[in-house]
Ligand binder design. Structure first.
Ligand SMILES: [Zn+2]
Length: 433
């Protein structure tokens, strides 16, 4: 009864989100052929929209190849690189949108390049609706409680849409700022799970795994209300999945999406990652011996992302999954391997803290944080114009204030950052452990 009343309040409050969710759930009842047909139509529509309304794409596609029906040959359209998004953000905006009505989002850039982008309220509602559809794969129903462990500081410090739903009773979500933590905090978080009794946990893979390890080591008995733990924003390693499933006695669901293109894929109960073809068009191109993912958002009309090299690797998989989902399957390559920084005082700082430290500093082409000693972190930067002394001082001050008062941040300008043997870029490395 209480659940039904809450659910009604919830639906009423998030009207647009629920209308969008209903649409997404209907798409799930289509056959694979119908979905792929719809995807092709959506793909042509977003490309035509971009060419007609976005100055950047009009120029970029001026020489693009067309087929006999005078449509663009998608597989021959030029790839969109992160550097271009950084340089041409404003020209990537569709002419029919008013800049003053839009918000700006930032990505930490899992490939080591921060990107900022425009979005509107509709994109935000659609992102939330898409996440709800993913959650429902676990048996969760809208209005049931979710506990988030969030590693991105800028989302939690008010002002953002994410901040507004924090601790909202009707939204039935609670968000814990988890960009840094101590043993004492891990203890508090385990207690919060016990008292809040969420149906889902959601958080960065590394933080859920650390919390799981703490729960197991201390033999803490966790509530049995949990239907799933949604891992997001990072590569989820097998050992992390095992820890989380053991500690919380529920299934782990790996989500894949980014801030600029959310809801790319999510794992089902059978452990397969399904691509949401009603939201994205996913290609995999072999570049430098790696299957690079090239993603097109089918829904973002404000600032279209077409054939975007997102910085991850993976490929589509053949076959049908036993779960019955009509969405095709994919597998991720293992990119984005980063370390947790531990301080002398016993604090652990999550890699995304360092990534977000550089948010908005779009002159930075590449970066890498290396903890060489317990009290010293070196930041290597590739940034042609160089950052101002004021910016450098503020970075050092943030690290002293937020990481450890004795932590020295040494900042070096370098010409390039060498990749690992596997060709992956690691942006937070610790040699001090
Ligand atoms: Zn499946």
């Amino acid at each position: 009864m209480i659940y039904r009343v809450k659910h009604l309040l919830h639906r009423n409050r998030y009207r647009e989100q629920f209308a969008l969710l209903d649409g997404l759930l209907r798409n799930q009842t289509l056959t694979r052929e119908q979905l792929l047909d719809k995807q092709q139509k959506d793909l042509s529509a977003i490309i035509d929209h971009a060419y007609a309304n976005v100055p950047f794409y009009r120029e970029k596609y001026a020489q693009a190849v067309r087929n006999e029906a005078n449509e663009f040959a998608v597989s021959r359209l030029p790839i969109l690189h992160k550097d271009e998004v950084i340089q041409h953000r404003d020209e990537m905006l569709a002419g029919d949108f008013d800049r003053n009505q839009l918000r700006i989002g930032n990505t930490g850039g899992s490939t080591g390049k921060p990107v900022s982008f425009y979005y509107d309220a509709h994109k935000n509602e659609l992102m939330r609706a898409g996440m709800c559809r993913s959650y429902m794969g676990s048996g969760w129903k809208p209005g049931q409680k979710i506990l988030n462990f969030w590693g991105a500081r800028q989302d939690i410090k008010g002002g953002s849409s994410f901040g507004k739903i924090v601790n909202d009773a009707i939204a039935a979500e609670k968000t814990i700022a988890a960009y840094e933590y101590t043993e004492a905090q891990l203890h508090d978080w385990a207690s919060t799970i016990r008292s809040y009794q969420p149906v889902l946990l959601q958080g960065y893979a590394s933080i859920l795994a650390e919390l799981a390890r703490y729960v197991i080591d201390n033999k803490i008995n966790i509530t049995n209300t949990l239907l799933g733990a949604f891992s997001t924003a990072e590569v989820l390693y097998g050992w992390q999945r095992e820890l989380i499933e053991q500690a919380f006695q529920c299934k782990v669901f790996n989500q894949y999406g980014s801030r600029e293109i959310p809801n790319i894929a999510c794992e089902c109960r059978h452990g397969n990652q399904h691509v949401f073809t009603d939201m994205v068009y996913l290609e995999s191109l072999n570049i430098d011996h790696e299957d690079r993912l090239i993603i097109t958002s089918l829904t973002n009309r404000v600032m279209p992302f077409i054939r975007y090299e997102i910085g991850d690797s993976g490929r589509l998989k053949e076959g049908i999954c036993a779960c019955g989902s009509p969405f095709p399957m994919m597998e991720m390559g293992l990119c984005r391997s980063n370390d947790i920084i531990k301080t002398r005082s016993g604090k652990s700082i999550y890699p995304s803290y360092f990534i977000h430290l550089l948010d908005g500093l779009t002159d930075i082409k590449q970066y890498q944080f290396i903890q060489s000693e317990p009290d010293k972190i070196t930041l290597n930067l590739v940034s042609p114009p160089g950052l101002s002394a004021e910016t450098l001082n503020s970075l050092r001050a943030s690290v002293r204030r937020e990481v450890d008062e004795n932590m020295v941040l040494e900042i070096n300008a370098v010409d390039e950052i060498r990749r690992t043997i596997s060709g992956k870029h690691r942006f937070v490395i610790s040699h001090a452990a």
